[in-house]
Ligand binder design. Structure first.
Ligand SMILES: *Cc1c(COP(=O)(O)O)cnc(C)c1O
Length: 423
C-alpha cells in the first residue's frame, strides 16, 4: 500500500498531516481480528469505535447486503419508501424505550444529533415559545463533530474556543459524580437543578449520554441521576434528548442505557452499532407529542432531509444486525465480558501510573494519571496482537460481543503488561 501517499494527502480522524501518527494498512477483517498487510492479525478491542458488535465478515450481514444489493442499493426517500426502512423503523419503535414511536433516519451519528436538536427547537417554536432554544448539556459529554452537535460537547475537550463566534453558547452542568449502582445524592444534581430552574424560559432540552459518557471521558454514572434529570425535565417542561449513539444495542448491559433507569426520553439518537459496523446509518426517534408539535407548527413539516436518507442497503444490514443480536444470548455475553474485564484488569489498580480501573457491560477503562504516548503504546499493544486506540489518559476497550474468553484474556493481558510498566 502506498503509505507515503496516505501520509501526505489523506486526513485521518483528529490527526495532523504534517506530524502524522503511524497508520497501519489493513487488508481484511474476520471475527474479532483485523489483518494487517504484513499478515499480522490484531484482536480488535475497539469494535471499530463501538460499531462492530458481531465482529467482521459476518455471514448473516453479508447475505443481507448481497440480497439487498440485487434489489436496489439506493433510491431517494423523498416520496418513495421501501421494505428495509419500514422493517427497521418498526423494530426500532418496538425495542427502544416506550413512547418513542416516530423515526427519522439519518446518515451519521452527528447528523442524528443535529436532527434531535432541530426537533427540539421546532417543537418549542410550534408551541409559541421560540425563546426556548438553548440546550443544557453535561461536562465531559460528547455528541459529535458537526457544529450543532459540537456546541453541546464539553467546551474544554471540544476546544470550543477555536470556533468561538460560530458556536451556539449552551449551558453546561457538571458531569455526574455518582457511580453506577449508587443512589444519587441531592448534591450531585444540585447545580443542574439550579440551572434548569434559572433558565427554564430559554431551555429547550437537556441533552446527555445516558449512564456512559463516552468519548468525553469514558465515565459511568448512576441510573438514579438519570431518573432525577428526567424528573426535573418533566417538572420544568424541558425535553430530554438521550444520545445512545455509543450505548445503544446492549453495550452497557441493557439493550439501551436508558433501560437501566426505566427512563423514556422525548428524543433518542442511535448510530454506531446500528448496522453492526458495516455502513453508516443513524436514527433519531421521538415521541408522538414531539412529532405532533412539530407538524402543527409554522412549517407543518420537519425541516430536514438528507440525500441518502433511509439508504436501503444500510437499512437492510441494520435489520440483519438487530435480528442477529436479539437472537443471540447477547446479555449473557455482555455480562461475561464485564466480569472478565473486572477480574483481569484488577491487577492494574496496584500499578503506579494508574488512577482508576472500571468496567460496565462490554466496556473496560483504565484511566492513567498522566496522558499516555498514543503511538508508542499502540505499537507495544500491536506487538502483543491487540488493537486499541488510547486517547489522553484513557486506555479502554469495548470488544465485539462475540469475543472468546481466550481472546479477551489476550487483550486484557496486553493492557496489563503495557500499562503496568508505566509509573
Ligand atoms: C460517536 C458519537 C457521536 C457522533 O457520531 P458520528 O457517527 O461519529 O458522527 C455522537 N454521540 C455519541 C455519544 C457518540 O459516541
Amino acid at each position: 500500500m502506498d503509505l507515503e501517499f496516505d501520509r501526505k494527502h489523506i486526513w485521518h480522524p483528529y490527526a495532523s498531516l504534517f506530524n502524522p501518527p503511524p497508520v497501519y494498512p489493513v487488508v481484511r477483517a474476520e471475527g474479532v481480528r483485523i489483518f494487517l498487510e504484513d499478515g499480522r492479525g490484531l484482536i480488535d478491542g475497539m469494535s471499530s469505535w463501538w460499531s462492530a458488535l458481531h465482529g467482521y465478515n459476518v455471514p448473516e450481514l453479508n447475505r443481507a447486503l448481497r440480497a439487498q444489493m440485487e434489489q436496489m442499493s439506493h433510491v431517494m426517500f423523498g416520496g418513495l419508501t421501501h421494505e428495509p426502512a419500514i422493517a427497521l423503523c418498526r423494530k426500532l419503535v418496538e425495542i427502544t424505550p416506550p413512547g418513542l414511536n416516530r423515526v427519522f433516519l439519518a446518515d451519521s451519528g452527528s447528523v442524528s444529533v443535529e436532527v434531535a436538536i432541530k426537533m427540539a427547537l421546532q417543537f418549542w417554536h410550534a408551541q409559541g415559545k421560540p425563546g426556548k432554544h438553548k440546550l443544557l448539556a453535561l461536562r465531559n459529554g460528547y455528541h459529535g463533530d458537526t457544529f450543532g452537535a459540537m456546541a453541546t460537547c464539553d467546551p474544554v475537550t471540544g476546544m470550543h474556543h477555536l470556533f468561538a463566534g460560530q458556536l451556539v453558547q449552551h449551558l453546561f452542568a457538571p458531569a455526574p459524580q455518582t457511580s453506577f449502582g449508587q443512589p444519587c445524592p441531592d448534591g450531585d444534581i444540585g447545580e443542574l437543578a439550579q440551572l434548569v430552574a434559572q433558565h427554564r424560559e430559554q431551555l429547550a432540552a437537556v441533552i446527555l449520554e445516558p449512564i456512559v459518557q463516552g468519548a468525553g471521558g469514558m465515565r459511568f454514572y448512576s441510573a438514579d441521576y438519570l431518573r432525577r434529570v428526567k424528573a426535573l425535565c418533566d417538572e420544568y417542561d424541558l425535553l430530554l434528548i438521550a444520545d445512545e449513539i455509543a450505548t445503544g444495542f446492549g453495550r452497557s448491559g441493557q439493550l439501551f442505557a436508558c433501560d437501566h433507569a426505566a427512563v423514556s426520553p422525548d428524543i433518542l439518537t442511535l448510530g454506531k452499532a446500528l448496522t453492526g459496523g458495516t455502513l453508516t446509518l443513524a436514527a433519531t426517534l421521538c415521541s408522538d407529542r414531539i412529532a405532533q408539535g412539530i407538524c402543527s407548527g409554522e412549517a407543518g413539516v420537519f425541516m430536514h432531509g438528507p440525500t441518502f436518507m433511509g439508504n436501503p442497503l444500510a437499512c437492510a444490514v441494520a435489520n440483519a444486525s438487530i435480528d442477529l443480536l436479539l437472537s443471540s444470548p447477547w446479555q449473557h455475553r455482555v455480562e461475561s465480558i464485564e466480569a472478565q474485564l473486572k477480574e483481569q484488569l484488577a491487577p492494574l489498580e496496584q500499578a503506579g501510573g494508574v488512577a482508576d480501573v472500571r468496567a460496565l457491560g462490554a466496556i473496560g477503562v483504565v484511566q492513567m494519571r498522566e496522558p499516555v504516548p498514543m503511538a508508542s503504546l499502540q505499537a507495544a499493544l500491536i506487538e502483543r496482537g491487540v488493537w486499541l486506540r488510547p486517547f489522553g489518559k484513557l486506555v479502554y476497550t469495548m470488544p465485539p460481543y462475540i469475543i472468546s474468553e481466550a481472546d479477551l484474556t489476550q487483550l486484557t493481558a496486553a493492557m496489563v503488561d503495557v500499562l503496568g510498566e508505566i509509573d
